[in-house]
Design a binder for this molecule. Structure first.
Ligand SMILES: Cc1cc2nc3c(=O)[nH]c(=O)nc-3n(C[C@H](O)[C@H](O)[C@H](O)COP(=O)(O)OP(=O)(O)OC[C@H]3O[C@@H](n4cnc5c(N)ncnc54)[C@H](O)[C@@H]3O)c2cc1C
Length: 454
């Protein structure tokens, strides 16, 4: 046993006060104590299930709010906006639908087929241009399917560029190809096409049914799940130690001990080694952390004095001079009755925009809108901008299957250690990674794993 572990497991409060005592569950029959790191949806799901099963559960959460990558900001009266997740993707059979119902949350459908595409000149693309985009999309889709059976994996960018014979394409065709890659893959999976695996990028599954927004914010669901749970916010974990007798978790407020610990740290946080594990992590888990990708999707909410855009469309797409820059917009006019446009940037473009000041970001977004709707449109009365890559407790938006990774690596990430240290979170879910429902299901999985062994 290493020295640091001896110190921790002896319950010595060198790092501060001891916040909790390990239960003597196995010896005395008292309730087993489980620490869950992270009050995102996966941690809340695990805690709820374990609570129901009679465990003594405490969640440690670094932020001063719950929800993690579910983050509703209600600074705009009557217009709460979701800075992280906003849709329940596919409502049929989706466990999040049931939670929304139980929470009494209102939902409203957005129609992904209700879109309009604007070209470089700011005008709606012509039927001829649209059919060229369809033609190129068919070539790209076919080449991806073929490449998924090739004997070597390649990045999406390499696959697509070789399929369309990029070197011989006109400038206009190139911008259509960039648009197709951005809108279908980067905006969806959040990884750069240059880093995304052709073999595995779409190895995830989806629930059927419509996509719905939550007009009162996604936090309605996390608040509902958190009812009755013991959650310590403002508590950042820096080290996890374990041995055969229990676990010891070091935080900024001291050491806390338990029988088991569930780690729901985002992949970005694991990649950055923000939390030390006293025995290190098994090689397969380390490899998964290193090779799976952490993608980036950012939003910019612009609130206007009135609606001036094509409000009958839920999605506005822009093919501008810079590929991917403000390429997708969602209008809150029809679904939510609000004069709000949400501009999205993904992957490499998002990384660049994230370094800009608020002023530069809003100016750049407005430049795109003015190209489309003219110089007479009003300035926004307010804005909200996300910067998920810089967020120290997320370090990215959600995971994707990077070149070199395989779906089995998510199982490695999910693998428990010594029946003491358990792992959940969206990145551990092989079927539904990158989503709220995937994260939720991973929390349920881990709770069931714990209850099965003890
Ligand atoms: C911009 C954006 C848009 C998205 N859109 C959608 C969508 O529309 N639909 C959808 O289904 N999914 C969407 N997602 C993905 C979805 O939000 C995530 O997959 C899901 O919320 C992840 O939940 P989680 O519990 O795995 O992780 P998290 O929610 O990140 O929870 C982990 C928690 O751990 C905490 N933590 C981190 N470090 C420490 C530490 N050292 N000590 C203690 N606590 C720590 C964090 O603060 C966080 O609360 C989106 C994500 C983003 C960022």
């Amino acid at each position: 046993m290493k020295r640091r572990e001896l110190i921790h497991l002896a319950g010595i409060a060198l790092a501060g006060k001891v916040l909790g005592q390990p239960s003597r569950a196995l010896a005395s029959g008292t309730r087993q104590r489980v620490i869950i790191i992270g009050a995102g949806i996966s941690g809340l799901a695990a805690a709820t299930r374990l609570n129901e099963l009679g465990y003594n559960v405490t969640i440690l959460e670094s932020r001063n709010r719950l929800g993690g990558r579910i983050w509703t900001n209600d600074q705009w009266p009557k217009s709460p906006v979701d800075l992280g997740a906003s849709w329940i993707h596919g409502v049929i059979g989706n466990p999040i639908t049931a939670i929304a119902k139980a929470a009494g949350a209102r939902t409203v459908t957005t129609r992904s087929d209700s879109d309009v595409i604007y070209g470089k000149d700011g005008k709606i693309i012509t039927p001829k241009q649209e059919s060229r985009i369809d033609e190129l999309s068919a070539i790209i889709n076919r080449s991806i399917r073929i490449s998924q059976n090739a004997n070597r994996d390649r990045s999406i960018l390499e696959t697509v560029r070789s399929a369309v014979k990029w070197d011989q394409l006109s400038g206009e065709d190139r911008s259509w190809v960039d648009y197709i890659i951005n809108t279908n893959i980067e905006q969806e999976y959040a990884g750069s096409a240059a880093d995304t695996s052709t073999y595995w990028f779409d190895s995830d599954l989806a629930f059927k049914g419509q996509d719905v927004l939550l007009p009162d914010g996604y936090q309605t669901l996390t608040t509902h799940l958190a009812k009755g749970l013991d959650i310590l916010t403002g508590t950042t974990v820096t080290e996890v130690a374990w041995n055969l007798g229990g676990v010891s978790v070091t935080t900024n407020h001291g050491v806390i001990q338990a029988d088991r610990v569930v780690i729901t740290l985002p992949l970005g946080v694991l990649k950055a080694n923000k939390v030390r594990f006293n025995h290190g992590l098994p090689a397969a888990k380390q490899k998964a952390i290193q090779v799976l990708g952490m993608g980036l999707l950012n939003k910019c909410f612009l609130r206007f004095p009135k609606v001036f855009w094509a409000a009958d469309h839920d999605w506005l797409q822009s093919i501008g001079p810079v590929p991917g820059l403000w390429a997708e917009w969602v209008s809150y006019a029809r679904p939510l009755g609000m004069p709000i446009l949400v501009g999205f940037n993904a992957a490499d473009v998002a990384k660049v925009v994230e370094t800009w000041s608020d002023r530069k970001t809003v100016d750049s977004a407005m430049e795109t809108l003015r190209r489309i709707y003219g110089s007479g449109i009003p300035d926004p009365v307010d804005y909200q901008i996300t910067r998920w890559a810089a967020d120290p407790f997320s370090l990215g938006s959600y995971s994707f299957n990077a070149l070199g990774s395989q779906p089995g690596m998510r199982d490695d990430l999910a693998q428990r250690i010594d029946n003491r240290v358990f792992f959940a979170g969206e990145a551990t879910d092989r079927k539904y990674f990158g989503t709220v429902h995937g994260a939720y299901l991973s929390g349920i999985r881990v709770a069931d794993e714990i209850s099965a062994i003890a």
